[in-house]
Design a protein around this ligand. Structure first.
Ligand SMILES: Nc1ncnc2c1ncn2[C@@H]1O[C@H](COP(=O)(O)OP(=O)(O)O)[C@@H](O)[C@H]1O
Ligand SMILES: [Mg+2]
Length: 438
């Protein structure tokens, strides 16, 4: 098994002293549907610094957990994955370029989309407290050593000067870089399950019933960072592919015309299917969707599907358990989509009996579930995330809220105990807010 050397750990400590640089959805989409080799190379260069910084923070964070959590075998395993991925990026050999190409790379090119200042400006993410998900728990004021200022000068999207052809070494590097990212993405597929496994190990060894606020905020920071890393990696792999295959309406994994109705219908169908399967129902409770047919906005379809699927599964479960699986008719769950100037808001209303007010704070904690027997954690059952099971890991709501907040949205829950629950999913349509990572 791979183990990090002491020298590697030293390099990791050095990288972890730099703060992460947030990227906004707007910036990610500026690449257009056909980025040039030069522009992609500049982005690869940004990522070849930014990803190691983010990975290094995670290695450190995983090693400094309280109450013996860092010593759990599954946590150590995940820490090694982060260190190994860090090493793979920093040791990837760079192309040797002529002076002429180097200086051309440094010259700013023209924005291909007539890019305005508004597009590149980043605003504060409205649903996140300042520093709530900062890259490390103790870098409160950036040590005053100018590292934050140095990092602020780096950007993900910089248009390159494309007036002439680029040497083949550039494209070759882009391809190798994308391949390395692919390998890393695959390695980290089962991070969520493995960390959850680590927490279970710790609960068992330490006889803990619940996780405290230090571990809760570690997990929030950790999973938020994971969403960001996977977003950048997924985006970059897709952009590299897009240099030779065209996908209309897509810039990387961002769909500029994400159709809310289509995604909601699919999530409803999937959640009902899982519900029928889990409770052995002939027909799952019905879900009514109120949404304009042509409601499109710029978003990552995979994120929206995830959030809707998780909230719908919760509602269907509550409805079935409140009214009894032997019923042949259930109250209808309503999904209402509203289009505002700032937000698109999706409300999921069920008549599943609600949640007692005292339990509301708990629903946002990881591993909180009212399912009696947590299903077995099989790290391979679904490579990408907790998706397959009906319920029982207590990850559905907290992770969905992170996805919402990642692009400046939010997820809120209001319950009427004895009647039902309303979940509000706010999605920011302007998306100029930066990733909540600094
Ligand atoms: N719509 C809902 N109605 C009633 N209870 C809910 C609803 N959504 C969530 N909950 C409660 O919150 C808990 C945590 O939800 P979640 O994070 O999705 O984890 P899981 O579904 O795996 O239990 C659930 O176990 C349930 O008790
Ligand atoms: Mg759930």
């Amino acid at each position: 098994m791979w183990k990090p050397s002491e020298r590697l750990m030293e390099t990791i400590r050095h990288y972890a002293s730099f703060p992460a640089t947030g990227v906004s959805l707007r910036q990610m989409v500026q690449f257009g549907d056909r980025p040039s080799t030069g522009t992609l190379f500049r982005a690869s260069q940004f990522l070849s610094e930014e990803l190691p910084i983010r990975l290094a923070h995670r290695v450190q964070d995983l090693g400094e957990l309280p109450d013996g959590l860092s010593d759990m075998p599954s946590i150590k395993k995940v820490q090694d994955w982060y260190a190994q991925s860090f090493e793979e990026i920093i040791t990837l050999s760079r192309p040797s370029l002529t002076q002429e190409v180097k200086s051309r790379l440094l010259r700013p090119g023209r924005m291909n989309g007539g890019g305005s200042k508004i597009l590149s400006e980043v605003t504060h993410n409205p649903s996140v407290r300042e520093g709530q998900y900062r890259s490390s728990p103790n870098s409160i004021n950036g040590n005053g050593n100018g590292k934050a200022a140095a990092a602020a000068g780096r950007r993900y999207f910089v248009p390159a000067d494309d007036h002439a052809d680029w040497p083949p070494e550039l494209n070759d590097y882009n391809q190798r870089f994308a391949k390395t990212l692919q390998q890393i993405k695959r390695r980290h597929d089962s991070v969520v399950t493995t960390v959850a496994q680590g927490i279970l190990e710790w609960k068992r060894v330490r006889q803990r019933m619940q996780i405290d606020s230090t571990i809760q905020s570690f997990l929030d920071r950790f999973y938020m960072s994971r969403i960001g890393i996977r977003m950048l990696i997924g985006q970059h792999i897709a952009l590299t592919e897009q240099t030779h295959v065209k996908h209309p309406n897509y810039v990387g994994i961002i769909c500029t015309k994400t159709n809310v109705r289509d995604i909601a219908l699919e999530a409803i169908e999937n959640a009902r299917f899982v519900c029928e399967d889990y409770y052995g129902l002939f027909e799952a409770p019905k879900v009514q969707l109120v949404c304009k047919e042509d409601l499109n906005f710029m978003y990552v379809p995979g994120h929206l599907s995830h959030m809707l699927f998780e909230t719908l599964k919760n509602s269907l479960r509550a409805v079935v358990e409140q009214h009894g699986a032997d019923r042949d008719q259930f109250p209808v769950t309503k999904v209402i989509v509203a289009e505002g100037k700032e937000d698109i808001t999706i409300k999921v209303s069920d008549e599943g009996g609600g949640i007692p007010r005292s339990a509301i704070p708990l629903v946002w904690t990881y591993m909180y579930t009212t399912v009696e027997q947590t299903p077995n954690l099989d790290p391979d059952f679904d490579k990408s995330d907790f998706k397959a099971p009906m319920a029982g890991f207590g990850y559905g709501l907290p992770i969905s809220r992170l996805y919402a907040r990642y692009f400046g949205g939010d997820l809120k829950l209001i319950s009427m105990e004895g009647y039902g629950t309303d979940v509000y999913l706010h999605l920011n349509r302007l998306s100029s807010s930066s990733e909540p990572l600094q």
